[in-house]
Ligand binder design. Structure first.
Ligand code: ADP
Ligand code: MG
Length: 473
């Protein structure tokens, strides 16, 4: 049934999804009412469980006529290097499609190709690209709701550059994975196609090189460098704002590459329409093709990312501590990583296990830094009241009906999350309540988030609106 199930699933899912999550699933054995699948790591297991367990089970049930459960065993693919109990199995390297399709068909009895050998074979002739970070790969990129559209587009582009999504512009706030994603496209394309010319630059470098070329009278060289590429990746185009001559040059570069069906991918920290001092014609070029955004990761994705990083680094950090970090750092992945790095350094230097208390204490600054200090409680109350169709006064009033009390608690929670106000100050601002009421409100919201999966995205959205409101007014 497994083979049949796989074939049907392959049909139901997008190619990228299938490749990403099923290529390393291996049928191991079966019992009466369950099958055992081998996965390469704990991380992989958690992701597959979270995303596909239900679909796989229902497919198996459909085919077999009775419910079949799934158990997992962690099994690194290297035969020579046994995995430890944590499933640490070294770096996951790009595996090409041919190997993948063989690997997922258990009955085809493929020669067991170890991951290490696949990786070695593939990477030997072409080492990693000089301009690209070797660890910015799709394999190292955790996909969640917040980034799946962008990630799948990126994967598709790396497979078929210059075809459907050209140009592609990925936008989103700081630390959400823009650079990681564009460089992954470069790395994967570089692996997939022989002699593929990839150029990755930030728009600042592009600008500087351009200015230098003018100074040195090397305009022609500059032009040919950027117009003879197969894949042009330009990171952070917001820095082009106000640089008219560079914009002009990029406009012509764009047209040349576009006409030659060469792939371009850009990133920007905001939607292109919000850029200022950008010529209309360049703006319209950026908006051609596909524009996709990256959102901040939700709790589950933050958790998966941290788990993943911890596995990569082979360090021992408890799930409790991971949960703490994920609860407190909601802004972006860079901040999450910073927190982890700090804890690892601490554990390393003092040779101590990181307890919850130690984590709290060590990360005090990190937690505080990710709060934005200058947003007023008023703004938060207004935005939350508005969202729930209440009045601003309801936030500060005495009414305790459910329809009012819970939004009020959410507002308190948000104040505590994104500002520096003490619980006492918050209580005062919410109609003279005392600090224990505020603490209780925060706990209540936190525990509701655990049972109501829609709540956290709502709160994240509110926080974004509040920040926008706060900076625009
Ligand atoms: P940006 O360019 O949007 O500011 P980066 O690409 O530099 O963000 O990402 C910041 C850090 O977070 C990098 O170390 C990157 O590897 C990591 N990161 C971001 N998103 C993810 C993700 N989905 N999975 C794993 N790591 C991620
Ligand atoms: Mg970046």
């Amino acid at each position: 049934f497994w083979k049949e199930a796989l074939q049907q699933l392959r049909h139901d899912l997008s190619e990228q999804e299938f490749m990403m999550w099923f290529k390393n699933l291996r049928y191991e054995s079966s019992r009466q009412d369950s099958i055992i699948l081998a996965v390469p790591s704990v991380f992989y297991r958690d992701q597959v469980k979270q995303r596909y367990q239900r679909i796989i089970e229902s497919k198996l049930q459909e085919l077999s006529g009775s419910p079949i459960g799934i158990d997992y065993v962690i099994q690194a693919m290297e035969s020579a290097v046994p995995t430890d109990n944590n499933g640490n199995n070294g770096n996951i390297k790009e595996i090409r499609t041919e190997e993948v399709s063989r690997a997922v068909q258990p009955n085809a009895a493929p020669p067991i190709q170890t991951r290490a050998s696949v990786a070695a074979e593939r990477t030997l002739p072409r080492q990693k690209h000089p301009h690209l970070r070797g660890d910015y790969t799709f394999e190292n990129f955790v996909i969640g709701e917040n980034n799946s559209f962008a990630a799948n587009a990126a994967i598709a582009i790396a497979k078929n550059p210059g075809t459907s999504y050209n140009p592609c512009l990925i936008y989103g706030g700081v630390g959400l994975g823009k650079t990681h994603l564009v460089q992954s496209i470069g790395n994967a394309a570089h692996m997939n196609f022989d002699a593929f010319k990839v150029v990755y630059v930030t728009s600042e470098t592009f600008t500087n090189e351009f200015i230098q070329a003018i100074k040195d009278g090397k305009n022609a060289q500059f032009k040919s460098r950027y117009r003879n590429v197969d894949l042009l990746l330009i990171d952070d185009i917001q820095f082009l704002q106000g640089k008219d001559q560079t914009q002009e040059e990029l406009f012509h570069t764009f047209n040349a590459l576009y006409d030659a069906n060469k792939q371009m991918v850009f990133t920007c920290d905001r939607p292109v329409s919000e850029l200022k001092n950008l010529t209309a014609r360049l703006q319209s070029r950026f908006e051609r093709g596909l524009n996709v955004d990256l959102q901040p990761p939700n709790f589950e994705t933050r958790y998966a990312i941290l788990k993943r990083k911890i596995e990569e680094k082979g360090v021992d950090i408890s799930d409790e501590v991971i949960t703490l970090i994920c609860n407190r750092i909601t802004t972006n992945v860079r901040d999450l990583e910073a927190a982890l790095t700090k804890l690892i350094a601490y554990a390393d230097l003092l040779n101590k296990r990181v307890t919850l208390e130690i984590a709290e204490q060590q990360l005090k600054d990190v937690f505080n830094n990710t709060r934005t200090g200058n947003i007023s409680i008023d703004v938060i109350q207004k935005v939350v009241a508005d969202h729930y169709s209440l009045s601003h006064n309801d936030m500060r009033g005495k009414k305790r009906t459910k329809a009012i009390a819970f939004p009020r608690q959410i507002a308190m929670y948000i104040v505590r999350e994104i500002t520096e106000y003490s619980t006492t100050e918050v209580g005062l601002a919410f109609g003279g309540r005392d600090h224990t009421t505020v603490m209780h409100a925060c706990q209540r919201v936190e525990s509701r988030m655990k049972t109501d999966s829609a709540l956290e995205p709502t709160i994240q959205q509110l926080i974004r609106s509040i920040k926008e409101y706060g900076t625009n007014s």
